[in-house]
Write a protein that binds this ligand. Structure first.
Ligand code: COA
Length: 145
C-alpha cells in the first residue's frame, strides 16, 4: 500500500464535513442527509484531513458521559486504502486522551469493520440495522494512558 503522507489535520465546521460525508456516506441523497443530530453541540469535534489544502477525510467526535462516540468517518474514494483513515483516527484518539474519556465507540458498517479492527477496535454485541438500511455493529476501544 502506497501511503499518503504530508496530511494536515484541522478542526473544521460541521458543514465542512459534507464535502466528504456526501459523496462517501450519503451518495445520491439530498445534502440535508449529511446533517447529524448533535453536529452543532459545543462539545462536538469535527476533524478534517487535508492534502495540499484539499479536504480528503473527515470524522466527528460526540461526547457522552464517560465515552466518546466516533461518527461520520469517511475518506474520499481516490484516497482510500492509503493510510489516511488510520492517521485520522489516530489523531482523534490523541485528542480524546486530553478529554478524559475512557472508551471510544462507534456504530460500524459491515464494510468498515476490518478497518476498525486494524485500528484496535472490537465488535460488541449483535448486528443491528440503522437508518439508510445498513447492517452495523457497535465497536469499542478502551483508552489507555
Ligand atoms: C473506512 C475508511 C474510513 C477507512 O479509511 P482508509 O483511509 O481507506 O483506511 P486505511 O488505508 O487508513 O487503512 C488502515 C488499516 O485498515 C485496513 N483496512 C482498511 N480497509 C480494509 C478492508 N476493507 N479490509 C481489510 N483491511 C482494511 C488497512 O489494511 C490498514 O491496515 P494496516 O494499518 O494494518 O496496514 C474508508 O475506507 C472509507 O471512507 N470507507 C467508506 C465509508 C465508510 O465505510 N466509513 C465508515 C462508516 S462506519
Amino acid at each position: 500500500m502506497q501511503l499518503v503522507t504530508n496530511i494536515q489535520f484541522k478542526h473544521i465546521k460541521a458543514t465542512d464535513t459534507y464535502a466528504v460525508r456526501h459523496p462517501v456516506l450519503r451518495k445520491g441523497l439530498p445534502i440535508s442527509s449529511c446533517a447529524f443530530d448533535r453536529d452543532e453541540d459545543n462539545s462536538t469535534i469535527h476533524l478534517g484531513a487535508l492534502l495540499d489544502n484539499k479536504l480528503i477525510g473527515v470524522l466527528t467526535l460526540m461526547r457522552h458521559a464517560t465515552a466518546m462516540q466516533l461518527r461520520g468517518m469517511a475518506v474520499l474514494e481516490p484516497y482510500q486504502g492509503q493510510g489516511v483513515g488510520k492517521q485520522l483516527i489516530t489523531k482523534a484518539e490523541e485528542l480524546i486522551k486530553t478529554q478524559n474519556r475512557a472508551i471510544i465507540w462507534m456504530n460500524a458498517r459491515l464494510i468498515a469493520i476490518p478497518f476498525y479492527e486494524a485500528c484496535g477496535y472490537h465488535k460488541e454485541g449483535s448486528a443491528f440495522v440503522l437508518p439508510y438500511g445498513e447492517t452495523h455493529y457497535k465497536m469499542t476501544k478502551k483508552q489507555c494512558g
